[in-house]
Write a protein that binds this ligand. Sequence first.
Ligand code: ZN
Ligand code: ZN
Length: 208
Amino acid sequence: MNQRGGLRRFRAPAPAPEPAPPEVERCELCGTLVDPGHGHVVDLEHRSIMCACRACYLLFTRPEAGRYRAVPDRYLHDPARQLTTAEWEGLGIPVGAVFFLRGADGLAAFYPSPAGATECLLNLETWTELAANHPLLGMVEPEVEAILIRAEQAGVECYLVPIDACYQLVGLVRLHWTGFDGGPEAREAIAGFFAELRSRVRPLEPEG
Ligand SMILES: [Zn+2]
Ligand SMILES: [Zn+2]
């Protein structure tokens, strides 16, 4: 199953009177059937995400594993040191939702758009200053985790998430976006994504 097919289950579920029949998914490394809670590995060579059975997933949990790397399943936030609106505005990012990844080429910022994940300019100096005050930003494991920030009038949300969650958000935006501003369907899908995210995140343990 290709990457988009494998991630289809992440799309915002439409309220249906009957549950949809479960989709058959396979490990993209060995072909074994996997259940809906299966893990993912990143293929660093092709910059893609693959569905993995437990055995294959565990093979790639060590950082020295080479081409493939298991995506961790932690979702963290830091309620004691939240980003302020002023700090967010200091980054100068013109969109309301963005994720930050550390890869072989260093840190990069992307936002979900109807065309997919789109890179945006990042002021590294500002980011470094921000990371000094917000340890969560520095905890991201390269290639497999991201910092996801959403800025709204109500405030700024900042999470450390597995990279597949960002792919999920990108997929939702591509699927539902209409017109200039996304339209109500996209807004609803994005709101649903963040509601689910909020229910999964755990607070960062205080140091010591
Ligand atoms: Zn497998
Ligand atoms: Zn999958």
